[in-house]
Design a protein around this ligand. Structure first.
Ligand SMILES: Nc1nc2c(ncn2[C@@H]2O[C@H](COP(=O)(O)OP(=O)(O)OP(=O)(O)O)[C@@H](O)[C@H]2O)c(=O)[nH]1
Ligand SMILES: [Mg+2]
Length: 432
């Protein structure tokens, strides 16, 4: 089954812990601090691979993890960085944060990429914490956790021309006649189950190479979910022009024509604002030849461009190419991805000292703030010196004063991210 919507869990690598080690020298029982820094954790990226047309790679795998950074070691040895993980997606993949629904990136162009989970920073080794008055610090930072979140990917194919029509109208046959694509063609409805893309040659003098998308047939009610059509209407949203193909041999080509137009309008009225070329197909059939004059007269009266073809025999391909060539934008414009294009939203990571204090549902005080949570995450509370240092940071950032104002009492729990600490006026103690 065609996959154009998936939810995945991405987990970047944690940063490695910084080391708390001391130099060993022959005559010095305990040298200065020489703990190296932890390596940064691997991040996770999405990158556009123009060769893909579905999100199939994500059908069976939903969890992705990048590797953590290595721990720092003695002799100022830094931990090695975690490997980044790059996942490839087809052009036209919109990326959302599943929880907030916020768009993170809209990946349309070849090679475009976006970071979707940032690796944690490595912790600093104890050598960074030596001062003139404190020459043998046991404090080293822990690595920062890697970012983790659920991401939703939604594909809207990027093609210049979208083929729309009822099942069996001959869309795939036309794609095969115009491009090197080899879609499945058969005499029953819903032969095409996932979009096919092809690149079209407009003619000798024309340097433009528009892409054409053949999508599964639409039926009456498609905009409300009937048939396969609904999911695929999304894929013609981004095309520059539509080719509306009607089976001229059908019982009532006029009715066929109207059904598709009303489904397009019901899905999104803007679809009918696009340039649309109407194509009547199967002109080799006598019934189609009979229907053609009145069908043509009606379209011309409406001001719609129209051509007649027999996709199976190749008849009428030159006029069709000519009509498309006249409707498509210039070469320079074609090279630009169609609107809405290339939105990559870079998150601005303000470090900010700002924090807030509120109570969780169970009444426990919670401190929120980018910097304070980061410091808490990177503190190794097993080392007394590190715990004390954290406490001083809380005083320095004004968190301690604010907690007192909020009525904190000795022994009360206070939460920072996943951590739960016990507040004491003198010293904080880690809980559990
Ligand atoms: N006689 C005749 N038959 C044609 C012509 N074009 C397509 N057909 C036939 O019509 C049938 C359907 O063609 P497809 O190209 O598979 O139609 P489709 O619109 O892609 O159909 P779905 O994928 O089901 O939506 C096939 O049996 C084709 O051989 C034509 O010009 N003349
Ligand atoms: Mg088809």
């Amino acid at each position: 089954m065609f996959l154009d919507r998936v939810k995945i869990l991405v987990r970047a690598g944690a940063g490695g812990d910084g080391a708390a080690t001391f130099r060993r020298e022959a005559h010095v029982p305990r040298g200065g601090p020489d703990g190296g820094d932890g390596g940064r954790g691997g991040s996770i990226y999405l990158r556009v691979d123009p060769g893909q047309t579905t999100l199939r790679d994500f059908q069976f795998r939903h969890h992705f993890k990048a590797t953590p950074g290595g721990r720092g070691e003695g002799s100022r040895k830094h931990g090695k960085s975690g490997d980044d993980l790059v996942l490839e997606v087809p052009p036209g993949t919109a990326v959302y944060d599943d929880e907030s629904g916020e768009i993170i990136a809209d990946l349309v162009a070849r090679g475009q990429e976006a970071m979707i989970a940032r690796g944690g920073r490595g912790g600093l080794g104890n050598k960074h914490f030596a001062t003139s008055t404190h020459q043998a610090p046991r404090h080293a930072q822990k690595g920062e956790p890697g970012e983790e979140r659920w991401i939703r990917l939604e594909l809207r194919l990027i093609a210049d021309v979208g083929l729309v029509g009822l099942p069996n109208a001959g869309k795939s046959t036309l794609l095969a006649a115009l491009t090197a694509a080899t879609p499945k063609i058969a005499d029953y409805p819903f032969t095409t189950l996932e979009p096919n893309l092809g690149v079209m040659d407009l003619g000798m003098e024309d340097g433009r190479l528009p892409t054409i998308a053949d999508v599964p047939g639409l039926i009456e009610g498609a905009s409300e979910g009937a048939g396969l059509g609904h999911a695929f209407l999304r894929h013609v949203e981004r095309t520059r022009i539509l080719v509306h193909i009607v089976d001229g041999g059908a019982r009532d080509p006029e009715w066929d024509y109207e059904v598709i137009r009303s489904e397009l309008a019901a899905h999104d009225p803007a679809l009918l604002e696009k340039p649309i070329l109407v194509v009547i197909n199967k002109l080799d059939l006598p019934s189609a030849a009979d229907a053609w004059p009145s069908f043509r007269a009606r379209r011309e009266a409406e001001g719609m461009p129209i051509v007649a073809i027999a996709a199976a025999t190749g008849e009428g391909m030159d006029p069709l190419r000519g009509a498309l060539a006249a409707m498509l934008p210039s070469e320079a414009e074609l090279a630009e991805p169609p609107e809405p294009s290339g939105v990559v939203i870079h998150r601005i990571e303000g470090m900010g000292d700002a924090f807030s204090i509120d109570r969780d549902a169970d009444g426990v005080l919670r401190v929120r703030g980018r910097r304070v949570e980061r410091i808490a995450n990177q503190t190794n509370f097993d080392v007394e010196e590190s715990a004390e240092r954290f406490q001083r940071d809380l005083v320095r950032l004004g968190v301690d004063a604010e907690l007192r104002r909020a009525g904190v009492a000795p022994g009360d729990l206070v939460r920072f991210g996943d951590l739960e600490l016990e507040w004491e006026p003198e010293a904080w103690a880690i809980d559990g």
